[in-house]
Design a protein around this ligand. Structure first.
Ligand code: HEM
Length: 471
């Protein structure tokens, strides 16, 4: 028999008590919802929540009617089998547009399909090899500034590193303060730090996205001028530089149409910022996981030393580092970086025993699914081997969602993993990182789930192990 509404908490007037509980302890609140009400939970929330301070979402007095889905079977339905019945909600699309216009992550329907087909080849594995060289070179530059015994702010270091890698792979430009003038002169330009770090996710609130693009840019404040200048110069020169911008300038759809300059700008900027929080957060949790699991850490070093024998890592070496890959996956499972992936029901649809009405918000939580004992044996144990080929109980793919699922799966997943694997190999070959004294790690929910405080780690040299490996 079909029912109208899944079970859930009463939530009080307009869902205010749910919202309050969510605001105080989002991870505790959603865990309790799943535990109490099961695989499909309805709840009302009001006000601005989820990405809290980054996305100002005004739901009005009504509050939002939300259904939280906690079963991989529902994930498969919403993201894969019936994905067209579930669209991205407008508040999310507005935030993805950021300071700019639409691009892949915020498009819908045929426009999205056409754009995805056009952009996807830019991420083909055979184009990634030169990026690997850039990733390693930038990481080596970063650690060249570290001294054994020093405390480093790894939030800042990883944010700068990944912004620098993004600038080079996407626009072949350099981030201010790096490289020699001669090297920079060969590049398309130098991006200033404030622009590279300074996306403003609130720029499109209050219907600002209805304003002309030129106005939205002004609203975004004094940022992005150099990014635009670099792209303008590239539009003029049409130079092939082996970066993603070159690829997008040349890409044609089935009708032979190219992207307009404005579409290229939007696409390139969305790609530039897409890995901005996600990759540094993944790296912070990964190095934190190593500090908490000394046996795993030792095995990572042993594999690196025996496989690379002190050599600089490159893309071709990654197949020789399977354990490190399992550690990264386990870290992305254990420390999920997204609390929720969100959709909106586009037409009345049956999910489980319920008919969900058009307009209902759907929440799917990688955090909950990846810590559910029905999906992962002993989920509270950090156990990389669960991802090994030998593990007879394979990981159910719709319960492991670091990059989403289905047609809207993260287009940058391959590049992101390449980056994380090479950064881990380059750092761990030279240095061991330990948590700074008095550093407390408490997760908070912002754009991602990340440590509430900036994370400081102490650096110590590992050269002696490399030398042993060489011998
Ligand atoms: C560890 C790093 C990353 C994580 C955890 C991550 C996570 C995700 C997730 C969960 C989605 C699906 C969102 C949804 O279904 O609503 C997504 C989509 C997307 N990601 Fe990533 N991402 C990462 C890195 C990157 C990078 C490096 C790029 C680009 C260079 C990128 C570009 C995109 C784009 C364009 C989409 C939208 C795809 C579409 O709608 O067709 N991501 N990402």
């Amino acid at each position: 028999m079909l029912h109208q509404e899944p079970p859930g908490p009463p939530g009080g007037f307009l869902g205010l008590s749910n919202s309050l509980r969510y605001k105080i302890d989002p991870l505790g609140f959603v865990s309790e919802m799943a535990k109490t009400y099961g695989d499909i939970v309805s709840l009302q929330l009001v006000g601005d929540y989820i990405y809290s301070k980054h996305i100002k979402k005004t739901t009005g007095l009504r509050g939002d009617y939300i259904v939280l889905l906690n079963h991989p079977g529902f994930v498969q339905q919403v993201f894969v089998d019936e994905w067209q019945k579930f669209k991205k909600p407008d508040f999310l699309k507005a935030s993805l547009r950021g300071n700019w216009g639409d691009a892949l992550a915020s498009l819908e329907g045929d426009a999205w399909k056409c754009r995805r087909r056009l952009v996807q080849p830019a991420f083909h594995p055979h184009l990634m090899a030169p990026y690997a060289t850039t990733i390693v070179a930038c990481t080596q530059d970063m650690i060249a500034g570290w001294r054994p015994g020093a405390l480093v702010n790894i939030d800042e270091e990883f944010l700068t590193l990944t912004a620098r890698i993004a600038a080079r792979t996407i626009f072949d430009a350099e981030l201010e303060g790096f490289g020699t003038p001669i090297e920079n002169a060969k590049r398309s330009g130098i991006i200033n730090f404030a622009e590279a770090m300074g996306e403003d996710f609130t720029a499109t609130q209050n219907n600002a996205d209805a304003a002309p693009v030129s106005l939205r840019r002004r609203r975004a404040g004094p940022t992005m001028d150099t990014l635009l200048a670099i792209m303008k110069a590239r539009f003029m020169s049409q130079e092939e530089r082996g970066d993603m911008l070159s690829f997008l300038l040349q890409a044609t759809d089935e009708a032979g149409q190219r992207l307009t300059h404005e579409e290229v700008v939007n696409e390139v900027l969305q790609l530039f910022f897409a890995g901005h929080h996600t990759i540094p957060t993944t790296l912070i949790w990964l190095f934190y996981a190593l500090t908490q699991n000394p046996e795993v850490e030792t095995r990572v070093y042993e594999e690196l030393d025996s496989s690379l024998k002190g050599r600089t890592p490159g893309a071709d070496d990654l197949s020789g580092l399977p354990y490190a890959e399992m550690v990264i996956k386990e870290s992305m499972r254990f420390y999920a970086s997204s609390l929720m992936i969100v959709r909106e029901v586009a037409e009345d649809t049956q999910v489980g025993d319920y008919i969900l009405k058009k307009g209902t918000l759907i929440y799917v939580s990688p955090y909950l699914l990846q810590r559910d004992p029905r999906n992962f044996e002993q989920p509270e144990r950090f156990w990389p081997e669960r991802f090994s080929k030998e593990n007879t109980k394979p990981v159910y793919k719709y319960a492991f969602l670091p990059f989403g699922a289905g047609p809207r799966y993260c287009i940058g997943a391959g590049l992101a993993l390449l980056e994380v694997r090479l950064i881990l190999a380059t750092i761990a070959q030279a240095y061991r990182l330990t948590l700074a004294p008095n550093q407390v790690i408490v997760p908070t929910v912002s754009l991602t789930i990340r440590p509430a405080q900036e994370t400081y780690m102490q650096v110590s040299a590992r050269q002696h192990l490399n030398e042993m490996g060489r011998g």
